[in-house]
Design a binder for this molecule. Structure first.
Ligand code: NZQ
Ligand code: ZN
Length: 394
């Protein structure tokens, strides 16, 4: 087991109607002036925003709103969030939405606490800070796990660069998780979320460090739970128990728990971010589109790991290791297909890409071959290109 630091400061309030506790949670955090951030309107249409704001009023919390966050959230709206939080004198940023809204809230929280530094400087690693306003979350979609994570992902609309900022200081102070809020999700978004939840643990599972018994068991249990309940929730979106399991899995899959004691890989996330940044494809869909090709490219680095994954997660008992490993990849892709998720670029809305585009995606992802992606196998620009090529059309 590798040395690790575990920090999970988010208070989770889980269950039906929990959004009505938002005001109390804000007050408990010591805040009284809140910038409420939300997306394109689903929270208004469902009545959620109204209920949240009623709860704020009940506790004497004053607030302003910032709306219009889009999936693959952009830097410009995040900068607007910084301005609004500063001019209003916000002492807490409240996200009512999914990963995109939460990440915009985290950006506003960072920017408002560090006047004078443009937020993108933090994303590019050119500025450091230990300060951010507290962030609270009312979650509407089990997916990105940003409600407990240390990360925030933004896209610079001018350069099309999608990048993450990682620091414990942006982990939310509280997260309200009401599984019923996900009943109104479009099926496609639900499926994207299920893929993302599974991927957050897969990307922590296939790593070079062995000897993490508990972490392995937690990871395998979480993956089995996501698969079982993902199928149920996809079939019947109002299955409260299934949506509950999925919601809790989403938060635990990306708060660090399923990767303690070993490094993260996250190569598929990097490959996916290039596709989202450039073509505005949904995050989860980019992951299912590349994972199988990545897995087939790297599985021989540690055949036993894939065999174990197949056995523990998919009940594959095949004696032949090579066959068992390939079967585990096939099963995973079948699962993605069962959710109508793409398993190649050709099945994304962008369709099959030219060799030139694939090369430039690989170059961009690896910063012209100066950085390596992942650690299960450290990918060069050539490796990334080979994976994109394999993923192009299958
Ligand atoms: O904007 P509205 O109208 O709310 O619609 C949203 C949006 O169109 C809709 N939606 C959300 N909840 C709904 C709903 N529609 C009806 N009913 C509901 N209850 O769903 C769409 C997608 O929302 P989004 O917030 O983009 O989803 P998700 O949570 O999947 O977030 C994706 C973003 O998070 C980033 C991704 O890269 C992507 O930008 N990630 C953030 C991470 C983090 N901060 O830790 C980690 C992840 O790996 C990921 O990179
Ligand atoms: Zn993700």
């Amino acid at each position: 087991m590798k040395e690790f630091v575990q920090y999970m400061p988010t208070k989770v309030v889980f269950g039906r109607d929990t959004e009505k506790e938002t005001g109390r949670l804000v007050k408990e955090s010591g805040a009284s002036r809140v910038l409420v951030i939300y997306g394109g309107g689903s929270a208004v249409r469902s009545g959620l925003l109204f209920r949240v704001e009623e709860s704020l009023k009940e506790y004497g919390i004053v607030y302003e709103e910032l709306s219009g966050v889009k999936p693959n959230p952009g830097l410009s709206l995040a900068r607007e969030g910084v301005k609004k939080a500063s001019s209003f004198g916000a002492d807490l940023i409240l996200a009512v939405g999914g990963g995109s809204v939460i990440d915009t809230a985290k950006a506003a929280a960072l920017g408002a606490a560090n006047p004078g530094t443009d937020i993108w400087e933090f994303w590019m690693g050119r500025a450091q800070t230990v300060k951010a306003l507290p962030v609270g979350v009312v979650l509407t979609i089990p997916a990105a796990g940003s409600e407990m994570s240390d990360s925030a992902v933004l896209t610079d609309e001018d350069t099309k660069k999608k990048a993450g900022y990682n620091s414990d200081i942006v982990r939310p102070r509280f997260a309200v998780l009401n599984p019923e809020l996900a009943y109104t999700l479009p099926k496609y978004q639900l499926a994207c979320g299920i893929v993302d939840i599974l991927m957050h643990t897969l990307e922590r599972y296939f790593t070079p460090v062995a000897g993490n018994e508990l972490t392995d068991e937690l990871a395998e249990g979480l993956m089995r739970t996501v698969i079982r309940n993902g199928k149920k929730a996809y079939e019947n979106q109002e299955d409260y128990d299934a949506m509950s399991e999925l919601t809790w899995c989403a938060s635990l899959s990306h708060n660090g728990l399923t990767g303690l004691g070993r490094p993260k890989d996250f190569a598929c996330h990097k490959l996916g971010h290039e596709l989202s940044g450039r073509f505005d494809e949904a995050h989860g869909a980019t992951l299912s589109a590349v994972w199988g090709s990545w897995a087939k490219y790297v599985y021989q680095m540690d055949l036993d790991r894939f065999v174990r994954y197949g056995k523990q997660v998919w009940n594959i008992e095949t004696e032949d290791k090579e066959e068992a490993a390939l079967a585990s990849i096939e099963q995973t892709e079948q699962f993605f297909r069962s959710l109508n998720m793409p398993v190649c670029l050709g099945e994304l809305s962008i369709g099959v890409q030219t060799e030139g585009v694939l090369k430039s995606l690989a170059e961009y992802a690896t910063k012209k071959d100066t950085v390596r992606l992942g650690c299960f196998k450290e990918l060069t620009a050539q490796d990334a290109y080979e994976i994109y090529k394999e993923a192009n059309h299958r």
